[in-house]
Design a protein around this ligand. Structure first.
Ligand SMILES: Cc1cc2nc3c(=O)[nH]c(=O)nc-3n(C[C@H](O)[C@H](O)[C@H](O)COP(=O)(O)OP(=O)(O)OC[C@H]3O[C@@H](n4cnc5c(N)ncnc54)[C@H](O)[C@@H]3O)c2cc1C
Length: 375
């Protein structure tokens, strides 16, 4: 290579191969993160070193459009599942980072993508903060830019992420715009005191208050309501399932190791429960693979794509809860005792399974099927 040639920021290497080099280290780091409760800085540094923070960005910004290029979806699914197997908190954080970049890419927000690329080069994630209390985030015009007031809750990476994608409305209950405020600006208050969850400690999902925070015009993008646009919003939930699938596979591996190491694999009752759990894990894998393919099939009707993912979310939840119950019964009390990794992985998954609109998703799927069966 001559000096005049640009150095590629993400050399042409499979992202799955890149992650597989640090996945074991992230798994080992996860225990300390669970016990200490802090943000997983070391694991995110490993992802940055592997080029994975840049990977979702377009090639012009040093990435490979992981998550936006339809040809990248199988690789993204494998990356998210491998991460979920290593650390659900790190997987949750990385999924939010991918989601922020996918949204900015989809809405042609070039300035925002450049900002997120600068952050990624500095080793920092982005994320998507949409959940809010009753009085959510409001955006008002201020001079040539905007002003942000209100609060967001369950903000994964709060205190570590500098440029999250947040949603904020122009009028009470109005459809939101998307923006990437600079959290180093005056008026931002991060409160981590309420994140004393049973699991997902490392996701550090705190509250963030915005009191008259200045936002540049170029940091706001899309039209009101674009965040919820169909099928992207509902169908994109397949990425969360891909992370959770990694956890399910880790649970089966740990459950199997427990039965072998205690000699209890000779007990038909325990073997029966394990067999059911392993079969449910395989059903979950098939479901997530199909949901990812349907969600990203650009030729599919939007309602078909999003309702397939709606169905997958509720069916996956049932499978995962059955796997958790079987594992707790077979492993017994030690499945509740730290530092047994089964305790951590089960607590994380039980917490992470609490996702928005789960009953509404099932209802939407049911209505979709019923509409299709009308005479
Ligand atoms: C680890 C973790 C990290 C997170 N990180 C983020 C993040 O970075 N950004 C972000 O925006 N959010 C984040 N969230 C929050 C997430 O987006 C949801 O807001 C949250 O998980 C909702 O869970 P809930 O059980 O409180 O749901 P709720 O909405 O309170 O629902 C509770 C139950 O009531 C049902 N229900 C709700 N409304 C109705 C109704 N009208 N009629 C009938 N039933 C109803 C639901 O189906 C569900 O079963 C995170 C969540 C977790 C677990």
């Amino acid at each position: 290579m001559t000096n005049s040639q640009p150095v590629p920021l993400v050399p042409a290497m499979d992202p799955v191969a890149r992650l597989s080099r640090c996945a074991d280290a992230i798994w080992r780091l996860d225990e300390a993160c669970d016990a200490g409760g802090g943000f997983p800085h070391d694991s995110i540094a490993l992802l940055a070193g592997a080029g994975l923070l840049l990977a979702p960005l377009p090639p012009a910004l040093g990435g490979m459009s992981l998550g936006s290029d339809p040809a990248s979806m199988a690789a993204l699914c494998a990356v998210l599942t491998m991460l979920g197997s290593s650390s659900q908190s790190v997987g949750r954080l990385y999924e939010g980072h991918v989601n922020a970049i996918v949204l900015a890419t989809r809405h042609g927000a070039d300035k925002v993508l450049a900002t997120l690329a600068t952050e990624a080069r500095a080793g920092r994630l982005s994320g998507v903060w949409n959940a809010e209390p009753k009085d959510g985030l409001m955006l008002t015009r201020a001079g040539g830019g905007w002003r942000l007031d209100g609060e967001k809750i369950f903000c994964s990476g709060a205190g570590a992420i500098r440029r999250p994608l947040v949603t904020a409305a122009l009028t009470a209950d109005g459809p939101p715009l998307m923006l990437v405020p600079d959290l180093t600006n005056r008026g931002v208050v991060v409160d981590l005191s309420g994140w004393r969850a049973a699991g997902m400690h490392g996701s550090v999902s705190g509250r963030v208050r915005f009191d008259g925070v200045a936002v540049a015009a170029a940091d706001v993008f899309g039209d009101p309501g674009d965040y919820y646009a169909s099928p992207g919003f509902a169908a994109g939930a397949w990425r969360v399932l891909a992370v959770q699938l990694g956890a399910v596979q880790r649970i089966i591996a740990l459950h199997g190791q427990f039965l072998r190491s205690t000699g209890r694999e000779r007990e038909p009752v325990l073997r029966g429960r394990f067999g059911d759990a392993a079969a449910d894990a395989e059903l979950a894998r098939l479901l997530v693979t199909a949901a990812a393919a349907r969600a990203e099939d650009r030729s599919a009707a939007a309602a078909d794509a999003e309702n397939y993912v709606n169905m997958a979310r509720t069916a996956f939840e049932r499978l995962a809860l059955a796997i958790i119950a079987a594992t707790r019964r077979n492993v017994g009390l030690s499945s509740f005792l730290a530092p047994n990794p089964i305790d951590r992985v089960l607590r994380d998954l039980e917490t992470y399974l609490r996702q928005p609109f789960i009953d509404a998703s099932r209802d939407s799927f049911a209505r979709h099927v019923l509409a299709g069966t009308a005479a």
